[in-house]
Design a protein around this ligand. Structure first.
Ligand code: HEC
Length: 173
């Protein structure tokens, strides 16, 4: 019994020592420009997807198919999201190129997220990435407008996006 306790104690002390060594020696590379190895990337992506899927279960979606929701969502997307997530026919911005992980191009995104998951991630953000939480700045209604727009975005051509931009540009509305 005593031997087991001593062995366990040594293992725990060594584990704590290893963690402290990584924290204090600078062994871990915090550079954004350093790309994560495939295994680290898999751990991060899988953790993110499971976390979002679990927390989005409690989200109740309102009716999204309402006039003006897509227009309102577009206005916010153009102002606050396109710089990172680009737009149909748009260039990847210098800001987006420097982020790690890279922000996905939401106009090319396959339909892999439910509306509840989209709402949760836009509202709460993703820790340790460039994805901000929008809950301090936008109401739930405004967030649902964005979800309505993001859902139709993959079906929009560059011409559709430009036409919407033109129709909703300040001074024309
Ligand atoms: C400063 C850059 C930045 C801005 C601004 C930004 N995002 Fe993001 N967003 C990111 C990054 C980086 C990720 C990827 C996070 C990851 O891979 O874990 C992300 C992830 C997402 C995802 C999850 C996509 C997926 O496939 O998992 C959605 C949805 C999203 N953002 C929507 C938005 C919306 C809508 C806005 C505007 C209200 C916005 N983002 C503004 C950087 C940004």
């Amino acid at each position: 019994m005593k031997v087991i306790a001593i062995t366990l104690g040594i293992i725990i002390a060594l584990a704590v020592l290893s963690v402290l060594t990584v924290i204090y020696t600078g062994a871990f590379n915090v550079a954004t420009a350093w790309k994560d190895p495939a295994l680290v990337r898999w751990v991060l992506v899988t953790t993110r997807e499971s976390s979002i899927a679990r927390r989005a279960q409690a989200v109740q979606a309102p009716v999204l198919d309402v006039a003006n929701r897509i227009d309102n969502g577009f206005r916010t997307y153009r102002e606050m999201c396109a710089i990172c997530h680009t737009s149909p026919g748009g260039e990847v911005s210098p800001l987006a190129k420097g982020l790690n992980p890279e922000p996905p191009d939401l106009s090319k995104d396959e339909d892999h997220m439910s509306v509840a998951e989209l709402f949760w991630v836009i509202k709460n953000g993703v820790r340790m990435t460039g994805m901000p939480a929008w809950s301090p700045s936008l109401s739930d209604e405004e967030l649902w407008d964005i979800v309505a727009f993001v859902k139709v975005l993959p079906n929009m051509s560059a011409a559709d996006y430009r036409a919407l931009d033109h129709r909703l540009s300040p001074g024309r509305e």
